[in-house]
Ligand binder design. Structure first.
Ligand SMILES: [Zn+2]
Length: 354
C-alpha cells in the first residue's frame, strides 16, 4: 500500500469529493444483486481486483444520523471514519460505494417478518423502542436498511477482493425478533443468511470481537448447521442475559493486550480448523480499548491493531474472504474511536496487499 497523504488544506475538498463519489457509486455499480439472483458483469468481475486493486468500502452520508443533544451514541464517528481514511491517504474516494435500502424480504432472511414489518411501518411497541435506545423515525429505519445493504454488498464484493468493509454496521445486539443496544437490524446476520441461502458461501464464521457479546447474532443462528458464531466479550457487561454462540469466550474485567491476544491465538485458528469456513464476517468493535467508557477491557491501540491483524492473517492463511463491520466504540475522545477503526482498514490493506 502506498500512502499518498493528501495535503492538509485539501481536507474539505476531499470530503466533498467523497460525498460526490458515494452518490455516484462509481465503478462498483458494475456488480448488482437482486432479490431474484445475481447479475454479475460477466468476466470483467473476475478480474476486478486486478483492474482496480481497490478495497471496497460501503458508506453513506445517512450513516451519521442526527440524534438528540447529549445522546451517548457517538454517531459522528461514521462520517469521521470515511473522512479520515481519505485524509490520511489510506484509501481514495473511488474505494467507497453507496448502498441502497435493504428490502423487507432480504432483512427477513435473518429476522421475523412481524418484527421487520413493525419497524418498517414505525409501529414497534414503545417498550421495544426503549430497548433499542434511539428515537424511532423513518430516517433512522432507512439508515438501518442502508447499513444492512452496505454489509450485504460488501460481503458479495469480498468474494472477489478477499476483504471488504462497511463504515458502519456490526449491529450484533439485534436478534431474530428484537432490537436492543442501538441495534435494529443485524447487518452481518442478514448478509450471512443471504450468502448461505444463495449458495455463495456455505460454511460461514462470524467473528465478533466487540467487547459486548454478539447476543443478537447468537440468537439468530443458534443451532444453525452452517453459520457459526464466535464471540470474545466481557463477562460482566451488557448484555447481561447472554445468548449461546457456537463458541463464547467470556473474559473478566481488566484484560490486557497479552491476555487478550493469547486467548484469540488459542481459539481462532482452531475454530478455522474445525469449521473450515468458506466465508467470514468480522465485527471489529473498538470498545475493547482502555479508553472506552462502556467496555471493561484494557487493550491499548497497539493491542487492538494486533487483534485485527490476527483475524486478517488467519482469514488470509485459510483463503477465507472476510467482510468487516465497525461495531462499538465509546471512548471519551472521538479521535481514539476513529483512529482505532481506521487502523483496522490499514491492517486489512497491508495484509491483503491492496
Ligand atoms: Zn460493543
Amino acid at each position: 500500500m502506498v500512502y499518498k497523504g493528501y495535503p492538509r488544506h485539501a481536507r474539505s475538498d476531499q470530503s466533498s469529493r467523497l460525498s460526490q463519489c458515494t452518490k455516484n457509486s462509481g465503478i462498483w455499480q458494475q456488480e448488482k444483486y437482486s432479490s431474484t439472483g445475481f447479475q454479475f458483469a460477466g468476466e470483467s468481475l473476475s478480474s476486478f481486483k486486478i483492474m482496480t486493486n481497490l478495497l471496497p468500502i460501503a458508506h453513506h452520508d445517512a450513516y451519521a444520523h442526527p440524534l438528540p443533544p447529549r445522546h451517548r451514541f457517538p454517531m459522528v464517528k461514521y462520517e469521521l471514519i470515511a473522512e479520515q481514511l481519505v485524509y490520511e491517504g489510506i484509501v481514495k474516494p473511488d474505494n467507497f460505494f453507496q448502498p441502497d435500502l435493504a428490502t423487507r424480504e432480504t432483512i427477513g432472511l435473518a429476522h421475523d417478518m412481524d418484527y421487520v414489518d413493525a419497524l418498517l411501518e414505525l409501529r414497534l411497541p414503545p417498550q421495544m423502542v426503549r430497548r433499542i435506545g434511539f428515537p424511532m423515525t423513518r430516517s433512522l429505519v432507512e439508515r438501518e436498511q442502508l447499513l444492512v445493504d452496505g454489509t450485504l454488498q460488501a460481503a458479495v464484493k469480498a468474494l472477489i477482493t478477499g476483504v471488504a468493509f462497511n463504515t458502519a454496521g456490526g449491529t450484533h445486539h439485534a436478534g431474530r425478533n428484537f432490537g436492543e443496544g442501538f441495534c435494529l437490524f443485524n447487518d452481518q446476520a442478514v448478509a450471512a443468511a443471504y450468502l448461505n441461502q444463495r449458495g455463495l458461501a456455505k460454511k460461514i464464521l462470524i467473528i465478533d470481537l466487540d467487547v459486548h457479546q454478539g447476543n443478537g447474532t447468537a440468537h439468530i443462528f443458534e443451532g444453525h448447521p452452517e453459520i457459526r458464531t464466535f464471540s470474545i466479550h466481557a463477562e460482566r457487561n451488557f448484555p447481561f442475559k447472554k445468548e449461546k454462540s457456537h463458541v463464547d469466550i467470556a473474559l473478566p474485567d481488566g484484560i490486557d493486550d497479552m491476555q487478550y491476544l493469547e486467548t484469540l491465538t488459542q481459539h481462532l485458528p482452531s475454530l478455522f480448523e474445525e469449521i473450515r469456513p468458506d466465508f467470514a464476517f468480522y465485527q471489529s468493535g473498538v470498545d475493547v480499548l482502555n479508553t472506552d467508557r462502556l467496555g471493561k477491557f484494557c487493550l491499548t491501540g497497539q493491542g487492538c491493531r494486533r487483534r485485527d491483524e490476527l483475524v486478517f492473517q488467519t482469514c488470509k492463511e485459510y483463503g477465507v474472504p472476510v467482510q468487516v463491520s465497525m461495531g462499538g466504540g465509546y471512548s471519551i475522545h472521538v479521535k481514539d474511536i476513529v483512529n482505532a477503526h481506521v487502523a483496522t482498514y490499514r491492517s486489512a490493506i497491508d495484509i491483503f496487499e491492496f
